[in-house]
Design a protein around this ligand. Structure first.
Ligand code: 4NP
Length: 156
């Protein structure tokens, strides 16, 4: 069976999108679906290329038993072709990804992460970078909800 390939995208690829990637892998593993999915994450900016996930984000994820792995990279044109779904954390990320799709060939693959929430009312995953600890905890809980919704959507 072909794997469903998912790319999670935010601005820096050190807070929200690596959290989404690792939370998704955590849920996939827990539900015995490892052979069905391939996940990665990327940033729209170059700011943090090569960096590990933000320490504050790692602490928040650890409280929920999730380890954040990976190194930041920037999204490339090729990602639009390769991945089945590209999940933007906020609307600004969404429009930056759309701008890479010059011919409009991949618009159907690009989605907002919050389209898949079932409990949280948010339309965007808030950027926690300049805020306090509670913002990081909130991102993890919101992404646990959205990732489970996305997993159910892909498994329908
Ligand atoms: P992320 O958070 O997009 O969720 O990784 C941010 C990381 C870095 C910056 C902004 C947001 N920054 O301005 O450097």
């Amino acid at each position: 069976m072909q794997k469903t390939k998912l790319l999670f995208v935010c601005l820096g690829n050190i807070c929200r999108s690596p959290s989404a990637e690792n939370i998704m892998n955590y849920l996939i593993e827990k539900q015995g679906l490892r052979n069905q999915f391939e996940c990665d994450s990327a940033g729209t900016s170059r700011y943090h290329i090569g960096s590990s996930p933000d320490k504050r984000m790692k602490i928040a994820a650890k409280k929920r038993g999730i380890e954040l792995k990976g190194k930041a990279r920037q999204i490339e044109d090729f990602d639009l072709e390769y991945y089945d779904f590209i999940l933007a954390m906020d609307k600004s990320n969404y429009f930056d990804i759309l701008a890479l799709d010059r011919q409009g060939k991949y618009k159907h693959k690009i989605k907002l992460m919050c389209d898949f929430t079932t409990k949280f009312p948010d339309q965007e995953v808030p950027d926690p970078y300049y805020g306090g600890e509670s913002g990081f905890d909130y991102v993890i809980d919101l992404l646990l909800d959205a990732c489970q919704g996305l997993l159910d959507f892909c498994n329908k």
